[in-house]
Design a binder for this molecule. Structure first.
Ligand SMILES: Cc1cc2nc3c(=O)[nH]c(=O)nc-3n(C[C@H](O)[C@H](O)[C@H](O)COP(=O)(O)OP(=O)(O)OC[C@H]3O[C@@H](n4cnc5c(N)ncnc54)[C@H](O)[C@@H]3O)c2cc1C
Length: 293
């Protein structure tokens, strides 16, 4: 069974930054990053990035972070982590491919795509329900589309889609705020998806007002995203939304186990913050594993 100084689970901005920092600092020590999609995480779904101070797309940044991690000496593995258990000397990480052990582990698994909680939702996955506006938006050029979600990235997505589609409706469960002239905001909840061969329309319920039907071929879903860390021990402390609770050094409540990026409680959900988290978690994990950074 391969043994590593550090295993990082999740290869998005946080995990790749952790891998680069750990491998660079822990010369001669071993660092493995495991990702079920091969790495990049949310970056794979993003077009032009905001707030980074440079003109980059998601895939550009992903390529740069992967290059940094590999140059520093981290190993990048493709596998889904299915189990994580404490051992007498560290952690045992089970994947769908092989089992590893490590002195310390960083969880950087981000947030899984959200759902609307509707019984027929699975029928519309890829047939009118999308989690990636940058990938699927161009397919709907000139059509009326819906974005569901309320956070700043959902709003950003709605504004960007409006440039390519004829009309965007943003459905939010928050108080509606003006977004842009090109985006209609409705406060409400999607209660039904309708269509025989793909999506034709949705039903939206706003408080006690009569439900309204909106014709649309697609809903870009940016709501209800939650950490997907079912493989982790139940004793791992989580907040009410399932996010992992850490201290200021990104230590969880379990020894030798750290969390970084969107998956942790209090994360500000930006790329700069995820990358900074990755670097801090690497430093903390190496010092927990008995290595000075
Ligand atoms: C629509 C949208 C637009 C955004 N635009 C911007 C922007 O312009 N600027 C900005 O600063 N921020 C933006 N953000 C926020 C930013 O993308 C995230 O904060 C950041 O990507 C989070 O990185 P992460 O590494 O924490 O998680 P992720 O990128 O989600 O990476 C998690 C990784 O973990 C892997 N994983 C999960 N479970 C397992 C498992 N069991 N086994 C193995 N691997 C696993 C996944 O495959 C994934 O690669 C945007 C977010 C969204 C949703």
């Amino acid at each position: 069974m391969p043994h590593w100084t550090l295993v990082i689970i999740g290869g998005g901005a946080a995990g790749l930054s952790a891998a680069a920092a750990a491998a660079a600092a822990a010369s001669g020590q071993s660092c493995l990053l495991i990702d079920r999609m091969g790495g990049g995480g949310e970056l794979m779904n993003l077009g032009t990035l905001h707030d980074l101070g440079e003109d980059l797309t998601g895939p550009d940044l992903m390529a740069r972070l992967q290059e940094d991690a590999m140059t520093a000496g981290a190993e990048l593995g493709l596998a889904e982590v299915t189990g994580l258990a404490r051992t007498s000397t560290g952690w045992c990480i089970e994947t769908d491919d092989e089992t590893h052990t490590a002195a310390a582990v960083i969880l950087a698994t981000g947030l899984a795509p959200g759902t609307l909680g509707l019984s027929n939702e699975a029928e519309f996955e890829g047939m009118g329900l999308s989690h990636c506006a940058a990938c699927d938006g161009p397919l709907y050029a000139g059509q009326a589309v819906v974005v569901a979600g309320a956070d700043r990235w959902a709003v950003q997505e709605a504004v960007e889609l409006a440039a390519a589609t004829c009309r965007v409706t943003l459905i939010t469960q928050n108080e509606p705020v003006p977004v842009a002239d090109t985006v209609t905001v409705i406060a409400g909840r999607i209660t039904a998806l309708e269509g025989a061969n793909g999506l034709d329309s949705i039903t939206v319920q706003t408080g006690s007002a009569p439900a309204q039907r909106i014709e649309t071929p697609v809903v870009f879903l940016q709501t209800g995203r939650r950490p997907a860390v079912d493989f982790a021990p139940p004793a791992l402390a989580r907040d009410a939304d399932g996010r992992l609770i850490t201290d200021g050094s990104l230590r969880t409540n379990l020894p030798g186990l750290f969390a970084a990026g969107d998956t942790r409680a209090g994360a500000s959900r930006t790329l700069a913050a995820a990358m900074a988290d990755g670097r801090l978690a690497a430093e903390s994990a190496l010092s927990a594993a008995g290595l000075k950074t």
